[in-house]
Design a protein around this ligand. Structure first.
Ligand code: PEP
Ligand code: MG
Length: 746
């Protein structure tokens, strides 16, 4: 690059910084900036167009065009050369603008005299915020160095826009991060909550964009890259905890961290006057733009580069990762996605959770539901728009999220929360009443749990017992394998807290999306159908044995109920039960008191078990239907993949007929059966299950009130008649017919 232009560019950036520091209003700053750029580039015209809304660009400042056109001239995205730069996110550089493809003459600007045109997108981290344009009388293309200098300036403008530098009187623009935004996502846990944003992975904020001393910045950059390289190498050598996929990603990191091209581009940015962090961000922005047009392989690699850039920014700015910001008052967690272990670490203090991705069937969603924390998933773009501490309202009934809401929305939301409180009061009134239907049948409502903190809900929800205690949650919240003594003390406390009510302990169900950080990861193409749950317990019985011993010791002679997850065939149940018998014999030998009264069940989570030989139904003490997994295998629809999961209704007649046959077999064999998947906690589903003959349902504590309320109002014989009629007339799902029947109850 020409030395003269480089130092000219540096001078320009320093002047821009002075404008920023000037304390002038937003519009005055913009006017000054276009003047400076025009004079520095020796161009007759310099204009800045910013987005007024997602589809409209507005001329916000100009040097050289008619001043009357400012805030008057607007174009749609894709319209004219400026609109095309914004849509394609690419530079347009032409000697003869009027003849260029897409040119549109804006009479009010008086631009007909100008021939040359160079427009560059003003963009930040893959998001376009506007267009910077220079125009000239002479018919010439701008040189590559000039275009590059404009890109550097545009990057600084993007950051300034992001920081709200052009907001204020007369600017007719509002800072993006002050706008109210509404997201329509998907409901994953009902309820309404208001609070403040807490970002799971806070963005790095770059405030020093421009640097006076390029040499010092180069040194900072190189030192930071050295630290980065060492950390990537360290991650790679810790191969015991890294699986093949992660290894591949880390290799790509290493490749980028050592890439001369990446380094050279950032060095050139610094030479133009950017600070080290601004240079990293500029290259990150360009990579994000490229990501959109890339094929999936390249996109993955660019994603790696993006992540690496974030790491580099954290090193340069000293801003930490997850621990960056203090938890605000009434925190609402905002994240791209989150695993159950990470969510458990945050604890129940969260008021709400909003995810850009996520799925209703995931274990993170189950944890949120167990805690009755409103959860909305698929809120696209929220991690980019939200800042730590922003006010946020989560409407888990509608799947809607309001970020930085206005007064009217806040008021309406307050009403919603009041209504919710009213419903809660109604449920509290029937807490100690039985779930007895209008036709006189009594359904046992139990709750699902997994943490000590869930136990107080036994009292507050009116549950008759714990129908599913997910023991793996205790393993997920730790950084190392818990010891037998710890587990036994914990299980004893759970039994104590239950005050004699039955607790069904499910033995460890790991694998699929429940990954223990301290266990060697297992490389599998399809973890949900892979080495998980009882399959792990039987093949590597160490942990299962330890857990069974802990449970027996915890019971200390009291009755004990446990069940094995994911039993797919008779032999698995027999092998697991043999482990229990062995553990009992061992404890007896050691002189420990063992439970005289014990019941050992199996979770039915694969269709195969419904067709097991009669011997299974005779051997097993009870069956608990794990509808979450059962449904995913019945419909061959991944419970974590929203796209396919939502296609299949639980009230689909095929699924109900399957359940009915299973219940018929259980009845014939006198095998107690219950249902503990998430669907048991949905009132309409619960009523249908009860009508099919299920007498025990286990659900998250917050569902007990609504389910009981509805059960007490229905006649199950009538419900069964409606189901049969819908099935006979060929309905795919009985939901429509049942909903109509329930509406008529009112
Ligand atoms: C189920 O699959 O329905 C179940 C209760 O187990 P989990 O959701 O923990 O897999
Ligand atoms: Mg399951």
């Amino acid at each position: 690059m020409a030395q003269g232009l480089e130092s000219e560019s540096r001078k320009l950036l320093v002047r821009l910084r002075d404008v920023m520091a000037s304390g002038e209003a937003g519009q005055a700053r913009l006017d000054e900036i276009v003047r400076l750029i025009a004079s520095s580039m020796q161009a007759e015209v310099c204009s800045i167009y910013l987005f007024r809304d997602a589809e409209t660009l507005e001329l916000c400042a100009t040097e050289g065009l008619q001043q009357e056109a400012v805030h008057q001239t607007r174009m749609r995205l894709g319209e004219g050369l400026v609109g095309r730069v914004a849509r394609k996110r690419q530079v347009i550089n032409t000697a003869d603008a009027p003849s260029a493809k897409g040119f549109r003459y804006m009479a009010e600007t008086g631009e007909e005299r100008f021939s040359s045109f160079c427009g560059v997108p003003i963009q930040r981290l893959g998001e376009t915020m506007g267009v910077l344009v220079v125009q000239g009388l002479t018919r010439r293309e701008f040189t590559a160095d000039e275009v590059y200098a404009l890109e550097v300036v545009a990057m600084v403008l993007a950051e300034m826009t992001e920081l709200g530098a052009f907001v204020g009187d007369g600017a007719a623009l509002r800072a993006r991060h002050q706008d109210s935004v509404m997201y329509r996502g998907t409901v994953a846990q009902e309820g309404a909550a208001g609070g403040h944003v807490y970002l799971h992975e806070p963005r790095v904020i770059v405030t020093n964009l421009i640097a006076d001393d390029p040499d010092a910045e180069l040194t900072r950059l190189r030192e930071a890259v050295d630290v980065l390289r060492v950390s990537v190498d360290e991650m790679l050598t810790e191969t015991t905890t890294v699986n093949a996929d992660q290894q591949q990603v880390l290799e790509a990191y290493r490749m980028f961290a050592n890439s001369r091209g990446w380094m050279r581009r950032m060095e050139a940015d610094i030479a133009q006057g950017l600070s080290a962090e601004a240079a990293v961000e500029k290259e990150q922005s360009l990579a994000r733009t490229r990501m959109e047009h890339a094929d999936s392989y390249l996109r993955d690699r660019l994603h790696d580069l993006d992540d690496l850039s974030n790491r580099l920014l954290r090193i340069l700015t000293g801003q930490g990762g997850q621990t960056g910001a203090a938890m605000p008052d009434q925190p609402v967690l905002v994240a791209r996605n989150i695993g159950p272990g990470e969510l458990l670490e945050y604890g129940k203090t969260l008021k709400g959770i909003v995810l850009e991705e996520g799925s209703v069937g995931s274990h993170a969603a189950i944890v949120a539901r167990a805690w009755a924390i409103p959860l909305v998933i698929h809120a696209r773009g929220i991690t980019t728009d939200a800042l730590n501490g922003d006010r946020i309202l989560v409407d888990g009934e509608q799947g809607i999220v309001h970020l930085r809401p206005g007064e009217t929305v806040k008021k309406a939301f307050g009403d919603k929360i009041a209504m919710q409180a009213k419903a809660q009061a109604r449920y509290a009134d029937i807490r100690n009443q039985p779930a007895q239907t209008a036709c006189g049948r009594v359904i046992s409502l139990q709750m699902n749990a997994g943490l000590m903190a869930d136990l107080p809900s036994l009292e507050s929800s009116g549950a008759e017992g714990v129908g599913l205690f997910r023991t793996e949650l205790q393993f997920l919240i730790r950084n190392q394998m818990p010891k037998r003594a710890e587990l036994s003390a914990l299980y004893a406390r759970v039994m104590d807290a239950a005050h004699g009510r039955r607790v069904v302990f499910r033995t460890l169900d790991i694998g699929s999306d429940k990954v223990l950080s301290y266990m060697k990861p297992n490389e599998e193409p399809n973890p949900a159908m892979g080495w998980r749950a009882i399959r792990v317990g039987l093949e590597k019985p160490g942990v299962l044995r330890m857990q069974l011993q802990a449970l027996i010791r915890a019971a200390n002679g009291r009755p004990l109920t446990l069940m094995f997850p994911f039993i797919a065939q008779l032999e698995e149940y027999r092998a697991a039960r043999a482990e229990f018998d062995k553990a009992m014999a061992r404890e007896r030998r050691l002189g420990h008191p063992v439970p005289e009264d014990f019941t050992i069940g199996a979770m039915l989570e694969t269709p195969s078990l419904a067709y097991a030989p009669d011997a299974f139904f005779e051997d097993v003490d009870f069956i608990s239907i794990g509808g979450n997994d059962l449904k995913q295998f019945f419909f061959a629809a991944d419970r974590e993949n929203e796209r396919v999961r939502r296609r299949y209704d639980t009230l689909n007649v095929s699924f109900l007929t399957f359940l009915e046959q299973l219940l018929g077999r259980c009845r014939a064999m006198n095998t107690p059966v219950s249902f503990c998947g998430e669907d048991a906690g949905r009132p309409i589903e619960a009523v249908v299950f009860a009508a099919l003959g299920l007498e025990t349902l286990s659900m998250r504590p917050a569902s007990i009130g609504p389910v009981k309320h509805l059960l007490r109002r229905v006649n199950l014989d009538e419900v069964k008649t409606v189901i049969d009629a819908a099935r006979a007339q060929g309905d795919q799902s009985v939901r429509g017919a049942i909903s109509a029947y329930l509406r008529d109850l009112d």
